[in-house]
Design a protein. Structure first.
Length: 229
């Protein structure tokens, strides 16, 4: 198998799940003691989050591009950016290396299309929900994106940064997310994208009346496919 480079730490809580899911996927496909050949660059998330809030995306793009180059120099034949929000700078990372960057939205789009979903709710950070870089990729694939209202978006964002990124999984927050999903369903959503890599820590399919498409799990499965191709 080729080495896959992971750009992680955004947050390390979700990067932990990436590592587990990719290794489990390789083991399940190959059996025995097989595991995934991975290289990890894990950033300090606090300054990254501060630059996100300051809208300093060019610096973040340059930093992750340099990290991606380091992984390639260490032997990575492909890259995985373990964050939905940081895919805002995915073009900068992809342009800096001569190996493929496996975009997080693509396996989710493929899964939604295979399920026949046309109108989908999107939960994520406010950057992912409100900016164009992610929604435009979904729209280009023919998907209609439904967002929570302003109060719902603020609550989804708060839970991600104040709780999930700190490893806190609270039943009260699960109930609030369930109420937001119910609102999306009432507005016509046929399914929901868990468009932040931490949300799968809080919600499982048993928690939702709508099908959930977990970007972390789908991205990790795509990584396994790439490794075993």
């Amino acid at each position: 198998m080729r080495y896959l480079g992971l750009l992680g730490g955004m947050s390390w809580e979700s990067t932990l799940h990436y590592y587990q899911l990719i290794n489990q996927g390789v083991r399940d496909r190959l059996g025995g003691l097989h595991s995934a050949p991975l290289l990890l660059h894990s950033v300090d998330f606090a300054p990254v989050a501060a630059r996100q809030r300051a809208d300093d995306w060019p610096v973040l793009g340059a930093q992750l591009a340099a990290a991606g180059q380091g992984l390639v120099q260490a032997g990575a034949a492909g890259l995985l950016l373990c964050s939905n929000t940081m895919h805002k700078v995915a073009p900068a990372v992809a342009a800096a290396v001569d190996v493929p960057l496996l975009h997080i939205a693509d396996p989710t789009i493929a899964a939604l299309q295979a399920a026949g979903v046309r109108r989908v709710g999107l939960l994520g950070t406010r950057f992912t929900m409100e900016q164009d870089f992610y929604r435009d990729r979904l729209a280009a694939a023919g998907l209609q994106v439904q967002l929570p209202d302003e109060a719902g978006r603020a609550e989804v964002y708060r839970v991600i940064f104040d709780e999930l990124c700190l490893g806190q999984v609270l039943p009260a927050s699960r109930l609030r997310y369930q109420a937001i999903i119910a609102q999306l369903q009432a507005a016509g959503a046929e399914a929901v994208i868990l468009g932040c890599t931490e949300i799968g820590m809080l919600l499982t399919q048993a928690d939702s009346p709508l099908p959930l498409f977990d970007t972390t799990a789908l991205h990790a499965a795509a990584a396994v496919d790439w490794l075993l191709r």
